[in-house]
Design a protein around this ligand. Structure first.
Ligand SMILES: Cc1cc2nc3c(=O)[nH]c(=O)nc-3n(C[C@H](O)[C@H](O)[C@H](O)COP(=O)(O)OP(=O)(O)OC[C@H]3O[C@@H](n4cnc5c(N)ncnc54)[C@H](O)[C@@H]3O)c2cc1C
Length: 314
């Protein structure tokens, strides 16, 4: 069996990569498992306009590749591979990797496995993702100035997104599968009294419409009782139907909140030597810069912990 790693990082999104920069500079010689989506969610988007330091914006993939190169410059190592299970029962921790027979051992682990937006599996979703279809109003709303957008959902996030989008869009249409909202009363009141927001009750998205150039031009919503279809002309569609944190590999070893996000004290988990960063434990902000911030914090905590345990060999 190979030597025990000082620090293994799960995930190569903003959180995992930033953790890798800090861990590598801190001589933790981190090994990053990139998971099934190398680069994470940000690599799916075209332009990022709100990451500090890029006044003209930067491509999502460019940003991710830059952080990865920065981590590699300080010696971080990267491996394609999905961590299937982590056994926290004994130290060093034992990580099982999909399609590999040999487990990998680690003194410390940073879990930065992110979250994925819930989707509807409509035809064309993959191609339109980041090109008219989004799950992040804060990230992509500004691209829809004076355009028409649809928000799918009826909870607090959907209402927050709809209200936020009225800052940019000329019209916001909410498609909701019930005849009343699930959102808190105050959010309902705000949304229902906003003249820019139009509600399409008892409707579920059925398919996207595109113009001759393939650009998103509308969403067809069908009535939940199957009686009618309605075409809503729009330039953008925002799914606000929740996210699923990627936590399968930890089983029940770590506590989660009601929505399934990992819970920690800041970035420090209840298991000594295990740290948590990014969207996997954040249902509130879910931004590249917050994920990067907690990635930094997790690596610094890991370094302190390894040092205190005498595992850094300094
Ligand atoms: C379309 C879109 C546009 C966005 N635009 C912006 C924007 O403009 N500005 C902004 O600030 N934010 C934006 N965001 C949000 C931002 O991308 C996320 O907040 C950020 O990517 C979270 O980073 P993360 O590292 O926590 O997780 P993620 O980016 O989700 O990365 C998770 C990583 O973990 C890996 N992984 C998962 N499971 C395992 C496993 N079992 N083993 C090993 N690895 C695993 C995955 O392969 C992936 O590499 C956008 C998101 C989307 C979807």
């Amino acid at each position: 069996m190979a030597d025990t790693e000082k620090c293994i990082i799960l995930g190569s999104g903003c959180a995992g990569l930033t953790a890798a920069v800090y861990a590598a500079r801190g001589t933790l010689e981190p090994l990053v498992f990139e998971g099934a989506e190398p680069g994470g969610q940000l690599s799916l988007t075209s332009v990022v306009e709100n990451f500090p330091g890029f006044p003209d914006g930067i491509g999502g993939l460019d940003l991710i590749e830059s952080i990865k190169r920065q981590a590699q410059r300080f010696g971080a190592r990267f491996r394609y591979g999905v961590v299937k299970h982590i056994d926290f029962a004994e130290r060093p921790f034992r990580l099982e990797i999909e399609d590999e027979t040999e487990p990998v051992l680690a003194h410390s682990v940073i879990i930065a496995s992110g979250a994925r937006a819930r989707t509807l599996d409509l035809p064309g979703e993959q191609e339109l993702w980041g090109r008219g279809l989004s799950s992040c109003a804060t990230c992509d709303g500004a691209f829809f100035k004076q355009k028409r957008v649809v928000v799918v959902g009826g909870g607090d996030s959907a209402m927050e997104d709809a209200i936020y989008l009225t800052k940019f869009a000329s019209e916001v249409h909410v498609v909701h599968r019930r005849d009343k909202l699930r959102a808190s009363q105050i959010m309902q009141d705000r949304a229902l009294h906003n003249a820019q927001i139009h509600f399409h009750w008892n409707r579920v998205p059925a398919r996207f419409e595109r113009d001759g150039a393939g650009k998103l031009s509308g969403l067809v919503a069908k009535a939940t009782d199957g009686t009618a279809e309605e075409s809503i002309a729009c330039d953008g569609v925002f799914y606000a139907i929740g996210h699923i944190p990627n936590t399968d590999m930890v089983g029940d070893a770590l506590p989660r909140d009601a929505a399934g996000y990992l819970m920690a004290d800041g970035v420090v988990s209840k298991i000594p030597g295990v740290f948590i960063a990014g969207d996997v434990s954040d249902h509130r902000y879910q931004q590249a810069v917050t994920a990067a911030g907690t990635g930094c914090a997790a690596a610094m905590e890991a370094e302190d912990w390894l040092q205190a345990e005498g595992l850094l060999g300094r």
